[in-house]
Design a protein around this ligand. Sequence first.
Ligand SMILES: [Zn+2]
Length: 685
Amino acid sequence: MNLAPAHSLCLLYRRTMKRQYLDLARQIVDRDFAGMEKGLRPCGNYLEGPLNGLEFFELPKPRWESLHPIMALAELYDLTGESRYREAFERIWRSIAELDRHNNGGFSSGEQANGNPFDPRAIETCCTIAWMALSVEMLRMSGDSRVADELELSLFNSVIGMHSASGRWATYNTPMDGVRRASAHEIVFQAREGTPELNCCSVNSARGFGLLSDWALMRDAEGLVLNAYAPGSIQTVLPDGIGLTLTQTTDYPRKGGIELAVRPERPSDFTLKLRIPRWSRHTKVTINGVAVNEGIEPGRYLALRRRWKRGDQIHLSLDMGFHFWVGEEECAGKISVYRGPLLLTYDRRFNAMDPDDLPAVEPHGLKGRLVAWNGRLPPFLLMQFKAADGRVLRLCDFGSAGEGGSPYRSWLPYAGGKDPGLFQPMASPPEALETSRLLRFAARVRAVPGQEKAVGLGHMKPDDFLIHLEGIERDWSEVRRRLEEARAAAAAEPETARGIKLRAVLERLDREGILTPERIAAAAAIKEEILARYCLAQRLTRFEVSTLQPAPADIRDAAFPPAGTAFAPGPVLESVGLCDVRPAHGGRHGLIYLRLRHEVRQAGPGQLLYGADGPVKVWVNGIEMDCRPYATNPAIPGQFQVEVDWKTGVNELVFALVTQSGRAWGIFAAVLEPKSNVTDQSTKI
Ligand SMILES: [Zn+2]
C-alpha cells in the first residue's frame, strides 16, 4: 500500500523499453496485488476486487497511499492494451468519485475511503493530492470531460483551501466544516530537528497546483483538449509541428465569460475541444463573433474542427447559475451551494452571526450579489444573500474560507427534504449512496471474525469490539428495512441505473450470505459470550520494571531474571493501558523485565491476556508460559492469551521485553479468574 514499485516499473519500461521492467510490474499487479497466495501478506486486491464489483472502500487497503500503486493499472493498460487493467482502474476511480469525494473536491475521511461523502472526519491534504493524480490518469485514459470537472472542483476549492493565503504553510486537514490549521501543528510527530515544518502534507500540497500542467491542456488524436479555464497563456506544439499559443482573458471563476485567443504560428487544421462543465446548463460559444449552435452539452467536450489561424477568437460564456448538493447522513438537514466550480462557504469573519446560528438556505429562487471586501485578506469571491428571516448572509469561495483562522461551514442549514427539482450536478448519484449504506453495514458484519477468534479477542481491543457488536445489533432493524426496500426497487425497476446497481450489490451480498438474520444472531451470540467470560477480566497496573539489560539475539534465549535484579515501580500510560517502559530504556536497545504480583483468593483455572510492543517471553510463578518472538508495535490489549492455573495467594508474573532499538512503549496485561473469585464487577474490561 505504501509503495508504488509497480507504477515506477511501468515508467521505467516506457523510458528504456527493457522488457524485465514490464514483466516485474505485471508480476506485482497480477500476483501481489491480489496477495491471497499462501504465505504472502494480504495486499490491496486492487485488480480482482473491483473487477468483482467491490467498491474501493471495501478493499483491504482503502487508505490514500493505495492510489499510487493503483496508478500502475492505468499504465499497464496503456502498455499492454489489456482491458481488465483499464476496467479495474476505472471502477476504482468511479467508486471514489461517487462515494468518497467530498463537496469541496477533497478525498478521504480519516485518511481513507469509507463510502460516505458526508463523513466529517479529516480530509487529509495528501489524500486529495493522490486523488487528483489518479484523476489525471483517468482523464488521459478515458478522455471524459467529467473527470476534468473533478480536477477543477478539487483545485479551486480544496487545493486553494489547503494553502495559507501567503503560501507559507499548508494544512493536514481541510474539512468541509471547521477551521484551517497548519500541518506543522497537527501532525507534529513527523517533525524532525532542523525541519520542523517538513511533513507528508506540507510537501504534497503544492502538487495540487503543479498537476495543472498535466491536465490544463491535453492532446488527443484529433488535436487539442482544453480542460482548464483561468487567465493566462499556454504554449504548445500541434501534432503537425506548428507552435501554438492559447491565451485566456477572463475573470473566471469569478465570472463565466472567457475570451480565448488562438494563435498558431501558421494556419493549421485541427480540432480544439473545449470542456463544457457538467454544471453549465446554458453555455454560449462564438468563434470570431459567429455563434456555435451544435454540440454544446454539459459534461461533454465541444469539438471545434476548422482551419485555425492567428487572430481567431473564441468567446465562451459558462452558466454561473447556482447549483446544489442536498446533504444526507451526518449532513442531513444541510445543503451545499455552488456557483460554477466554486463551493460557497460561510466564514465567521464576513458575517454577524455565529456558525451555529446560520439562517436556513432556500435554494429555489436563490438570489445573491457579488460584493467587495475591504478588510484584511480579501476573499477571492464574496456574495451577499438575504435570508428568509431578513438577516444578511455572506458566503465566500471555499478556498478563501477560514483563511483568517475563523470557523467556516460549507454545509448550510436547509429546511427542505430530498428535492428532485434541484440541480445537483456535483452530488453523489443516489443509487451509489443507497447501495453504499448496505455495503458499509456489511463491512461491519464482515469484520466480526469467527466465534473462536472473536472470543479470544485477538484482533481488537475488547471494549472497542463490544461497541462494534452492539452497533451491529442496534442498526440491524434499520438496515433490514432498507434491504427490503432495495429488493423491492431492484425488482420493480430492472432497467434503471438504480435497479441495475441495486441488483448487482444485492446479488453479491446474497452470495456471501452476509446480511442475514443468522449472521446478526451470530454476532449477538459472540457479544453474550464475551460479556459472560470477560466481565471477570481485570487489568493489571501495578507493574515493576527492571533497568535496561543486554538483549539476547533471540528472545527465546532470554533467561528468568536472576536473583538480585532490581525492580522499581513502572508508570502506566492510561490512554492505552500499557506499562510504559520508555523511561527505562530511554530509546536504547536492550531487554527489560516487568514484574506483577497478582493475588488470587481461590485457586482455579483462568487466563493471562496480554499485548506487547516487541518480542516477549512470559513466566508465571517461575515457569515459562509463553513466548512471542514476532510481537511488535502497537501492543494490542489481549492479543495473546495464556491458560493459567492460578494458585491461591500471590502469583508472580514476569515479562521479558526486547525494546526494539528503543521503539517499544510497553506491555498490557489482564487476568481472568474463576467467576467465584470476583465480586467487584467494576473492573470489567
Ligand atoms: Zn499528509
